[in-house]
Each structure stands twice: as structure tokens, then as C-alpha cells.
Design a protein around this ligand. Structure first.
Ligand SMILES: Cc1cc2nc3c(=O)[nH]c(=O)nc-3n(C[C@H](O)[C@H](O)[C@H](O)COP(=O)(O)OP(=O)(O)OC[C@H]3O[C@@H](n4cnc5c(N)ncnc54)[C@H](O)[C@@H]3O)c2cc1C
Length: 487
């Protein structure tokens, strides 16, 4: 939760250069820094650790594990780069892998704490609950805090931003114990790597864990109810990632329904029945990871004392301004649902704070927020999928170029993947860009900027891209759409 007191206002733009030096990741503290830089007096109420899910249970720890897995995979293929590994086979020191992850998280955690000090933001550690009109304030929005030492405190802000995040959705009927049957939060606490695993849910989190564990040598089965993994992504992205995972021995059961009540733990592992197109299949593994989506943290926040509403487990907001039904109270990030990503939460933090400062800034459409999957190979997309655009009524034209045409991809030794562009036949507008391949999560920023600036494909195609670089795939694909591909 981030809250902001009456203050002097201040000029956001005067602080532009200072803001460039800090990179913030989740909703609450991004909003706090933004408001503090505008001259507001700000406090954050946090019941756990600054940095939230992204820093402690999400983006950063998982990407650290994925990077270790990628290095291991590269070392195993060292001979193809002309590098020999004396004394044979490389191995994995799992506790060192975990130690590296914890070191990165701790370093960034210290950075966030310093950032709060630097911006004179008060951090109150405790569980916050919104109160209604009271002797403290004639209107709702004061926060009753149960401090970590058991004491109580109340703060009375002029504005309040709710950024309470989300938690893993659980499947009813599964005997979770955090070890054998775990959520993604639990899995980050594992001190050993499983020899085999069933991952329930083939969305982003499930696919990243499948990629990482299979690279480390775990036998992986993914169970997905939809007819393909990554069902929210363009069908070509799903197919390419599925192909890469299968090539590494990952078993993908799509169109398959887990029978949660059949799950039993035995012999130090699990057994569970899955209803697949071929009939009932019994899967066994050392562990099970359940990654079937996330639900907003909206309970116990005292909304009943206010006009704030929630629906389907997420706070209801005005989609343009992010105000709740109480106009001086905003909500941002995972707790409002929609795109549950750290950079979406950051963007929403800017929108909410700018609005309460009286300098409204536009909120991006959900589909224009880049979506990244840090598997091997990576995938990244922005805008409409081909099928989504067609369903919306666009007449679309597409171009798709494989990564292997690039000299830089060959140099990297990573040629799996492609770039695909979806454009509007009638107007030539760029509708969507979908990338699979090494560093796709970096390359997508160009397409995101292009969408923001309303650039059309031929403008990207005529932009000079460095050679040799992976970014040439963007240029080639845009030129191909115009019938001008160089390769
Ligand atoms: C495994 C995994 C991997 C991910 N990887 C990525 C990625 O690579 N890239 C990406 O963009 N996103 C990723 N995400 C999503 C990203 O972590 C979230 O979208 C982001 O953290 C949301 O930010 P937030 O500010 O809304 O909430 P959070 O980061 O969850 O922060 C909410 C904070 O509120 C505190 N809080 C809650 N209730 C109270 C209360 N009553 N009183 C006081 N404090 C309270 C919590 O302790 C927490 O610190 C990942 C998520 C997971 C689970």
C-alpha cells in the first residue's frame, strides 16, 4: 500500500534526470517515489518486504534461475563453439545457483530501501486496513496498521493508492504442502531441485519453470487445459515454444484436465490422474508445481468500511484514471487484475499519481503492454495476435521471418525463433509484433515504442539497424511485409 499526504505539489519534469537513475519495478514504491519527487509527503505501508512479488517471488528470482539454466545449457554445448571442458561433463551446484539468486534479490532489496530514504519516503512495516469516516477523518481512507511488533498505528492521508498485489491461485482439492505440491511462491523456497515434476498450467509461469528445470535436467510434464500452451499468445509463438520444449524432452499434455481429487502423495512423490484426449492418464513425479493464475489481494483490506468495490477478486477501478469508487483512493497493479506484470504496475503507478497531481497522463491499452516469456528461447509480444485482430474485425496482413537468416543469430549459435508482424491491410497500421528467439525480451522494446509513436511498418523497415545485430530481424520483417525483404 502506498499513501500520500498533502504537500507542495512540485514539478515532475524538474526531476526527470534524477528519475533516470532509478529503475523501479512494482506499483506501490514506484507510485511513492513518483509522488515524493513531485513534492508530496509519502508513506508506504508494507506487511512483508519492500519490492513485493516482483523482487522476492517473481521477476527477479525466477530470471536469475533461468539465467543459470541458460549458462548450463550453453556450457553443455561448449564444444560447438570450439570450447573444451576439461575433465568431461559440467555439473550444477544447486545451492550456489540459489545463492546467486538470493544475492541478486538482496542487493536489489537494499537498493529499494535506499531509494525510499533518498526520497524521504516513510516506510511503516505492518498490515494495513482502510477505515471509514471516523474521528480521524470525515472521509474514508485513513489506514489502521497492525505493526509488526503488535502495536497499532493510524495514518490519515489525503490520497491513498492501493497496491496490494496478488497471490497464486490454488486448485481446490489438491493437498498442498509447499514441498511436494507447491505454488510458484513455494517453489522458490525449494532447497533441492526435483528429478521429475508435473507442472499444472502452461501459462507464462509454468512455461518458464518448465524451460528452466528441463535445462537443469529435470524430467518435466506440463498439463494445460487449453488446446495449446501460452493460450493468450499468438498461435505461432505457442507452437514455436512448444517445439523448443519438446525438443528438450518436455512432455506437453494440452487439452488436458487435472483431476485434483485423484492426487495422492506416495513414495516421496505424487501421482495424479489427468483427463486427456487419449483418455485418463496417471502421471507420477517427485513434485508438482501448480501455476494456474493469480488472484488479487483484496481480502481483509476494510473495503466494507468504504465505497470501494471488488469483483471476481480484483479491485474495481475507473479504467482511465484508476480511481476506485472513492475518488481520492486509487488502485494499481496486480490487485486490479488485467495485465499482471511489473511494468504494467509501474505504468499504472504513473497514471494514478499523475492524476492525483492534477496532471493526468493517458493509460496504455492492455494489449500495448509488452508481454515477455523468459524461457529458452525467449518470447515477447506487443499488440494484437493475428487471431485476435481478425476476431476484432481487422483485415490483416502478416509477415514472418525466421531468426536463422541473421548473421548475428548464427554467431550466437541460437537460431530458433522468428519475428512476426501483424498489420492492418486497410490502413497499413502496425497491429502486433511477436518475437521468439534469443534476446526477444530486449528486442520487443522497439516494437513497443513504435506502437506508442504510431509508427507504421515501413518506417521501422527504413530505420537503419546496426549490423550484425539481432535487431535486424525487426527491420527484415517490416520490409518483408512491404514486399521489400532483403533476404
Ligand atoms: C513467478 C513469477 C514471475 C514473474 N515474472 C515477471 C516478469 O518477469 N516480469 C514482469 O513484468 N512481471 C513478472 N511477474 C509479475 C510481477 O511480479 C507482478 O506483476 C508485480 O509484482 C505486481 O506488482 P504490485 O505492486 O501490483 O504487487 P506486489 O509486487 O505483489 O506488491 C504488493 C505488496 O503489497 C504488500 N501488501 C499486500 N497487502 C498488504 C496489506 N494489507 N498491508 C500492507 N502491505 C500489504 C505485499 O506484501 C507486497 O509487498 C512475475 C510473477 C510471478 C509470481
Amino acid at each position: 500500500m502506498g499513501q500520500e499526504n498533502d504537500g507542495s505539489g512540485g514539478d515532475l519534469h524538474a526531476n526527470r534526470s534524477r528519475r533516470r537513475h532509478t529503475r523501479r519495478r512494482t506499483g506501490g514504491y514506484t507510485a511513492a517515489v513518483r509522488a515524493a519527487q513531485a513534492g508530496k509527503t509519502v508513506a508506504i505501508i508494507e506487511r512483508d518486504k519492500l519490492g513485493g512479488t516482483c523482487l522476492h517471488r517473481g521477476c527477479i528470482p525466477t530470471k536469475s534461475l533461468l539465467r543459470s539454466a541458460e549458462v548450463f545449457a550453453t556450457v553443455k554445448e561448449a564444444s560447438s563453439y570450439g570450447i573444451t571442458v576439461p575433465e568431461g561433463v559440467p555439473g550444477v551446484d544447486w545451492s550456489a545457483v540459489l545463492g546467486r539468486k538470493s544475492g541478486i534479490v538482496e542487493q536489489l532489496h537494499r537498493g529499494v530501501q535506499a531509494l525510499m530514504k533518498q526520497n524521504k519516503i516513510q516506510v511503516v512495516y505492518g498490515n494495513g486496513r482502510v477505515t471509514g469516516p471516523s474521528i480521524f477523518s470525515p472521509r474514508s481512507g485513513a489506514i489502521a496498521i497492525e505493526l509488526q511488533d503488535g502495536e497499532q498505528e493510524t495514518v490519515v492521508p489525503k490520497n491513498l493508492i492501493i497496491a496490494t498485489g496478488s497471490r497464486p491461485r490454488k486448485l481446490e482439492g489438491l493437498p498442498y504442502d509447499g514441498e511436494t505440491i507447491a505454488t510458484s511462491d513455494d517453489a522458490l523456497e525449494w532447497t533441492t531441485r526435483p528429478a521429475s515434476i508435473v507442472i499444472v498450467g502452461g501459462g507464462v509461469i509454468g512455461v518458464e519453470w518448465a524451460s528452466m528445470l528441463s535445462d537443469f535436467g529435470t524430467e518435466v510434464t506440463v498439463v494445460e487445459t487449453a488446446d495449446r500452451i501460452l493460450p493468450g499468445e499468438d498461435k505461432d509463438v505457442s507452437a514455436e515454444i512448444a517445439k523448443a520444449l519438446k525438443k528438450r524432452g518436455v512432455k506437453l499434455l494440452t487439452g488436458a484436465k487435472l483431476q485434483a481429487s485423484s492426487c495422492r502423495t506416495a513414495d516421496g512423490g505424487i501421482a495424479v490422474d489427468v483427463e486427456a484426449s487419449s483418455g485418463i492418464e496417471t502421471l507420477t513425479a517427485e513434485r508438482m508445481l501448480v501455476s494456474v493464475g493469480r488472484q488479487g489481494n483484496v481480502e481483509g483490506l476494510g473495503f466494507e468500511n468504504t465505497d470501494i468495490k471488488s469483483a471476481n477478486g480484483f479491485v474495481t477501478v475507473n479504467t482511465a484514471t484508476l480511481q476506485t469508487n472513492e475518488k481520492h483512493i486509487y488502485a494499481i497493479g496486480d490487485c486490479i487484475g488485467g495485465v499482471q506484470l511489473a511494468h504494467a504496475a509501474m505504468h499504472e503507478a504513473f497514471v494514478a499519481v499523475d492524476h492525483l497531481l492534477g496532471k493526468p497522463s493517458p493509460r496504455s491499452a492492455d494489449r500495448d503492454i509488452p508481454r515477455c516469456i523468459y524461457s529458452r528461447p525467449e518470447a515477447a509480444s506487443v499488440g494484437w495476435t493475428e487471431d485476435g485482430a481478425k476476431a476484432e474485425g481487422f483485415q490483416v496482413k502478416t509477415a514472418k521471418i525466421p531468426l536463422r537468416i541473421l548473421g548475428k543469430a548464427l554467431v550466437h549459435g541460437e537460431t530458433d525463433g522468428f519475428a512476426k508482424v501483424v498489420a492492418d491491410t486497410a490502413t497499413g497500421d502496425l497491429l502486433g509484433v511477436h518475437l521468439v528467439g534469443v534476446h526477444a525480451t530486449e528486442l520487443i522494446a522497439e516494437a513497443t515504442l513504435a506502437k506508442l509513436l504510431d509508427a507504421v511498418p515501413w518506417e521501422i523497415g527504413r530505420t537503419i539497424h546496426p549490423h550484425p545485430s539481432l535487431s535486424e530481424i525487426m527491420q527484415e520483417t517490416m520490409l518483408s511485409l512491404e514486399g521489400l525483404a532483403g533476404h
